[in-house]
Design a protein around this ligand. Structure first.
Ligand code: ZN
Length: 293
């Protein structure tokens, strides 16, 4: 549903004007923002190139494999896949200019970001991470599979070791190279939410609570319906409940998504008059905003 016919340049002007009139800016960044920056879990070409063993086994794109592993795969397969996937997202895919541009647009404002993305692009772009809440955690953490401790630790060295010990015929990590918990020696596990998760979560809650009697501009960038409870529905709620809230919803369809249109720019009638929904590419809108600051 296209709500209007704004161009990216017109949308940028509109959003900046509202930002200038607002005390606080709350950004919600979904998978569509990284897709707009070129990092898409729907990208079939990148999948063939960087995950050839899984492409040979009949898979087509990384999103098919989100949440797979524990029940279906051996520990060796699971770690071969996760080390390959995280290495692609964190190390092979470059820091995206789009995120740096967004930081330029936001830097002198009272902003906060909540994201469902685990790819760490906000950190890599130099965002102050006390202003970013990674709702679903991130790809840098590892924990204990039997939860002998609540501590988490950085997985980088572990994953590099696994990558050197993958049998590319079977696409399994060799048993002796499987990552172990440094506290108890059991197998380690991917752990998206680090042991500092609650601190970041509280900062998000504090920001929203402090906005209750303020003028707040909410901007959704590439937020769809894969995990609507993370950003989309809370943003609609915040917009509804705070008198001086205004929401911009910016989303476009994934180019590579095989199951049809995904832009999903609709909204509930209860927030009519407090939202502008734009079926536009976040990349274009952010670049147009940058030109105007
Ligand atoms: Zn342990």
């Amino acid at each position: 549903m296209n709500q209007n016919n704004y161009t990216a340049a017109q949308a940028a002007e509109l959003i900046l004007k509202k930002m200038d009139e607002s005390d606080k800016i709350l950004i919600g960044a979904g998978a569509g923002l990284s897709a707009a920056a070129g990092l898409s879990y729907m990208d079939q070409e990148a999948f063939k190139k960087h995950y050839p063993e899984m492409a040979q086994r009949g898979f087509h794109f990384a999103y098919e494999l989100v949440g797979r592993g524990d029940d279906e795969w051996t520990a060796g397969r699971k770690w071969a896949y996760w080390a390959t996937h995280i290495n692609y997202v964190r190390n092979i895919f470059p820091q995206a200019k789009l995120y740096s541009t967004l930081l330029e647009v936001l830097k002198d404002r009272d902003f906060f970001i909540v994201t469902s993305n685990t790819d760490r692009q906000f950190m890599r772009a130099g965002f102050p991470m006390e202003r970013v809440f990674e709702f679903q955690g991130n790809y840098d953490n590892m924990g204990c599979s039997v939860r002998c401790t609540k501590k988490t630790w950085n997985n980088h060295e572990y994953l590099q070791h696994i990558l050197k010990n993958i049998d590319h015929e079977t696409f399994e990590c060799l048993p002796e190279a499987l990552p172990r918990c440094p506290y108890c020696g059991e197998l380690a596990d991917i752990c998206f939410r680090g042991d500092d998760y609650k601190i970041h979560q509280q900062r998000y809650i504090d920001f929203v609570e402090a906005s209750a009697d303020k003028r707040i501009c909410l901007i959704e960038l590439g937020v769809g319906f894969n995990t609507p409870g993370v950003i989309r529905w809370p943003f609609e709620n915040i917009t509804y409940h705070i008198d001086n809230a205004y929401l911009f919803r910016i989303n476009t369809s994934y180019k590579d998504y095989p199951y049809g249109r995904t832009a999903q720019t609709g909204y509930p009638s209860q927030i009519e008059g407090k939202i502008t929904s734009l079926e536009l590419d976040a990349n274009e809108v952010i670049n147009e905003m940058f030109k105007l600051i």
